[in-house]
Design a protein around this ligand. Structure first.
Ligand code: GCO
Length: 499
């Protein structure tokens, strides 16, 4: 089964969304920004206002522990569900595992030097829980592993030394195997053990790291890991059990927020990285825009909306009926623990149109000719980066928003002289960024953008076959080669304006 099915479709299949209707004829507005001319001297022309970002905008890039680190048996790291899953025949394309990945565990100094050279202002990475606590149980995380803590201290120090701000994610899917052996995210106790681990990391890195994110993409690890089984731990739960897992995910987030706050210096900023369905009106008209606002809440009813609203959407609960999650008012209070920023991972646009049904909208499926990148699920919908933050801001007024991921997979090929001329990824990034700029210019409080990803890396069930980096990695030699898109990004950062 391809990943394309899972990302956005599963919630629909579970009956959470309104039924998709036939595709209407859509008039799409094509943005045609004025292109600056490069002068003969090679100097950059002044940026037209429709391209420039606010001063101090935080240009960054992101990675995740299992996708880049490798060194899975080193310095006391315990096994995770991804070690188990990737070593199970038939689960990952080409039988690829994260055993070596980008060898970032050893090569981080030169990779950070490359980030600095590119002008990155921030770097989002994740901590591997099992490097800190190799074998947690449901009773406690057990004995901390000093070598694991020391690794992340060294990493963060090197990032800071390069003048780059570290943004730390506590959970990017590599759950310790010892917890999965006790039920993993199906066991409510995992939420408390996660919070304890998050508090511990905040205590040890909080002097260096000012921004923490609890969980990355709850919808992905819940639906892909526990719903259709294409990600670790590979389970296929029914609708009721899956809804309970998603409840534990949001609860873990809330308890994590509280634990990080309790263990870090005043002023530490806490948030999450959520892949909220990026509800995008089919075009800009009052009824479709209104429909997209309704969709943003209901399509994200298991994840973002309870975190921001403090309750589950009544229509979601009605549709789930007896399959709705079991929870207490105390749970809901924790889930809605105030956050300092909201991270959005934005990839495809999910098109919405007005409808006269109970929900007031319907999702519009992609036509077969809709353009996509190398990953089948990754439809190109640049205006998602305008509408998702805009609607989220209108609905919930977060204090700050970061785009914690946005990027694209391409079929990168080396030219005879060793370059990667990824004009497609560059086109993708340019158009998404122009849409982001539009929202910021209108006052949406987006403070930073993290390109996914810095390096080609282990793309989960797709193995090394789908490349998302702006830096090419030859996995046989570990040689890094910045792609054309990296040069585009460097120019964009230098000008603080879309290049
Ligand atoms: C995810 C992750 C990343 C992916 C990226 C491309 O959401 O899946 O946060 O780990 O690699 O999104 O698929």
């Amino acid at each position: 089964m391809s990943v394309s099915f899972s990302r956005r479709t599963l919630a629909r299949l579970l009956g959470i969304s309104a039924a998709a209707a036939s595709l209407p004829k859509i008039a799409r507005a094509v943005s045609s920004p004025v292109t600056g001319l490069v002068s003969g001297s090679g100097a950059f022309p002044p940026a037209p206002d429709s391209r420039s970002f606010p001063q101090g905008f935080l240009w960054g890039s992101a990675t995740a522990s299992y996708q880049v680190e490798g060194a899975v048996h080193e310095d006391g790291r315990g096994p995770t569900i991804w070690d188990t899953f990737s070593h199970t025949p038939g689960k990952v394309a080409n039988g690829d595992t994260g055993d070596v990945a980008d060898d970032f565990y050893h090569r981080y100094p030169s990779d950070i030097a490359l980030m600095k050279e590119m002008g990155l202002k921030s770097f989002r990475f994740s901590v591997a829980w099992s490097r800190i606590f190799p074998a947690p149980t449901m009773a406690s995380n057990g004995t901390p592993n000093q070598k694991g803590i020391d690794f992340y201290k060294r990493l963060v120090d090197a990032v800071l030394e390069a003048g780059i701000a570290p943004y730390c994610t506590l959970f990017h899917w590599d759950l310790p195997q010892s917890l999965q052996d006790r039920g993993g995210w199906q066991n409510r106790q995992t939420t408390q053990v996660f919070a304890d681990y998050a508090g511990f990391v905040a205590k040890h890195l909080g002097d260096r790291v000012k921004h923490f994110m609890t969980l990355n993409e709850m919808r992905s690890f819940v639906e892909l890991g526990y719903g259709n089984g294409i990600h670790a731990p590979g389970l296929k739960l029914g609708r009721k059990d899956l809804a309970q897992v998603s409840h534990y995910a949001v609860l873990a987030h809330g308890l994590g927020v509280q634990a990080i706050r309790a263990n870090s210096p005043a002023g530490t900023q806490v948030g999450l990285a959520d892949n909220a369905t990026a509800c995008t009106p089919v075009y800009d008209s009052p009824e479709h825009v209104m429909a997209a606002h309704k969709a943003m809440r209901l399509e994200n009813a298991m994840f973002l909306s309870p975190i921001m609203d403090g309750h589950y959407d009544p229509l979601y609960l009605k549709r789930m009926g007896a399959d709705a999650p079991v929870y207490t008012p105390v749970d809901m209070q924790a889930i809605a623990a105030p956050i300092d920023f909201l991270g959005l991972n934005v990839y495809p646009a999910s098109y919405v149109r007005a409808a006269s049904n109970e929900a007031g909208y319907e999702m519009v499926p992609e036509p077969s000719t809709a353009p996509r990148m190398a990953s089948p699920w990754l439809y190109v919908g640049p205006e998602a980066l305008y509408w998702a933050p805009k609607i989220v801001d209108n609905l919930w007024h977060p204090k700050a928003i970061y785009i914690t991921e946005n990027g694209a997979s391409s079929d990168d090929r080396l030219t005879a002289d060793g370059q990667i001329l990824d004009t497609d990824r560059t086109m993708f990034l340019r158009n998404y960024l122009l849409n982001l700029q539009r929202g910021i210019a209108e006052g949406v409080p987006v403070k930073g953008y993290f390109c996914w990803s810095f390096l080609d890396n282990y793309e989960w069930a797709d193995g090394y076959g789908k490349r998302f980096g702006i830096v090419y990695v030859d996995f046989a030699t570990q040689k890094r080669t910045p792609k054309l898109s990296a040069k585009f990004y460097k120019a964009t950062i230098a000008r603080n304006s879309v290049a």
